[in-house]
Ligand binder design. Sequence first.
Ligand code: FMN
Length: 638
Amino acid sequence: MKEERGEECYNQAMVKRHKRSASQGVEMEICINSDDMETEEGGGESEEDENGFNLFHYLAQPSAFVVCDALEPDFPIIYVNSVFESATGYRAEEVLGRNCRFLQFRDPRAQRRHPLVDPTAVSEIRQCVENGAEFQGELLNFRKDGTPVLNRLRVIPIYDGSMVTHFIGIQVFSETDLDLSSLSYPVFRKENPEILPRKMDIKIPICNYHEGGLLERDADNSRILQLSDEVLAHNILSRLTPRDVASIGSVCTRMRQITKNEHLRRVVCQNAWGRDMTVRLEPSTRQLGWGRLARELTTLEAATWKKFTVGGRVEPSRCNFSACAVGNRLVLFGGEGVDMQPMDDTFVLNLDVASPEWHRVKVASAPPGRWGHTISSLNGSWLVVFGGCGRNGPLNDAFVLDLDAQQPSWQELATSSEGGTGTRPLPRSWHSSCTIDNGSKLVVSGGCTDTGALLNDTFLLDLTKERPMWREICTSWAPPSRLGHTLSVYDNNKIMMFGGLAKSGSLSLRSCDAYMMDLEEIEPRWRQLGFNGFEGAGPPPRLDHVAVSLPCGRILVFGGSIAGLHSPVQLFLLNPVEDKPAWQLLNVPGPAPKFAWGHSTCVVGGTRILVLGGHTGEEWILNELHELCLASRPDEDG
Ligand SMILES: Cc1cc2nc3c(=O)[nH]c(=O)nc-3n(C[C@H](O)[C@H](O)[C@H](O)COP(=O)(O)O)c2cc1C
């Protein structure tokens, strides 16, 4: 793998850089075409440049080096040499695709750089990289095992004409005997001591509850709050009134104790994420506590991919089925069997048991077989199936099932078209659905008709009514017609549409556009989300992908069918609530699946995203599951 990448990198970035040595006036050529750095000419002498850097120091010994792709968002590493691997403890496959900043994090899973890493050096690198300029400097880094190491770093931009295509990073690592237990790095620049005092030097007495009593001990406040003085002062305290700052200063110890209260933390999460989500998350907090879970879901610092095998069988084999989670159970319905046979069976995988196995559910009656349909979970143990392609073409029927009923039975919903008012959606497949309002209403949008025409309509089915009624959400403007897109719900009643095979004008194209609609508005309307950040920073256009709503209202997009050479399991995160949302690329360790498709991905318990099957684009292996764990599970992490 590494060799392949090395080859690829060599071909892509056979980088030769000419630099004139100030002292010797000779042309020095650095060839990056092997694992080690070589000087072809001009080695030997120990000359320092105007910055006190010894250029030859980099070249006299085998150096660690990395190559980053400057044309991809966030400059992912595309090559590391073996010296880098042995100096940092990270293997190439663990770092390829990531930005180098992970070396500033002490815990490989942390999301925040260590407070001892000089923020000035980091911002200098950032500026150099943004401006396509060279950087030389020294900063603190961490090996994979958490030991600190001093990095004399040089970052060199590689130009193709006026465009920077790659960056080369050359690292000379040396040991440091820094005492990490005492945070002594001045987070405020020395030249501005009058702006703010260095709180870290001030020892304050801290009270801790200890077996019912109060225990006094010395500790510095940064360690308690796990925020740097810079963040506390600039991002929090400086925004308050002088009176509030004085109040906080006098009560902070008590505040800390109050904020550690589990009940308060649960209430805070419930206010922010809603009751339903809080109930769903409750089991995860038994070991983690609300504070830690809230932090992990906010920073996603503990996110990891895992792979596991389950027993039982889903037979006959199939593809294009639909699945969703009901509590900790996965439910799979229908799909396309051999010779495009539409399937009508229901399977359940209970993840609560020690060795989960697929079981076929004995149902008294089943909907007609279908594929390209959607299945969504409603309140409690109910499920709803809508549309899809049956034996005689696309369908527009809806069926519900109570999984916990003594004798589970799919029942067709007698909807408005059988005597009431309202319009039933046209028969369709490859549409998208989600449930809003705590799982009480089904929203259906787009898809494709029997003639292959793409749709751009949106319908709502209120399942709280005795006789559920379809209502078309008529809007003055709608996004271009599409199929294979996703609908995600956030803020309880807002929906976001992303991607799909969209029809704009006479063209059918994969889309990477996002649209939102607030279904609580009296006259809901679609709005296209305008993004912050440069072109290409978001997920590449795709269809049949996955979009998952996270507890904090953010939406995670991955998988699907993507044009070009992009990795389908790159994870993109968006907060649609922001004025100008910006996509963020998430680097998650662990064995990611090669493929992930929307209708075969379920969210269990709010923190576990399960991807079923999809070894190759055609093969659907239902006994091997990939899981994107958003929060740590101490019982399983060993
Ligand atoms: C080619 C290259 C190599 C880099 N090598 C390192 C490194 O070894 N250690 C490190 O801490 N940062 C390194 N960086 C810097 C980070 O990737 C990043 O640019 C820096 O942290 C500033 O950006 P940020 O504020 O978004 O983190 C390197 C950057 C580039 C482009």
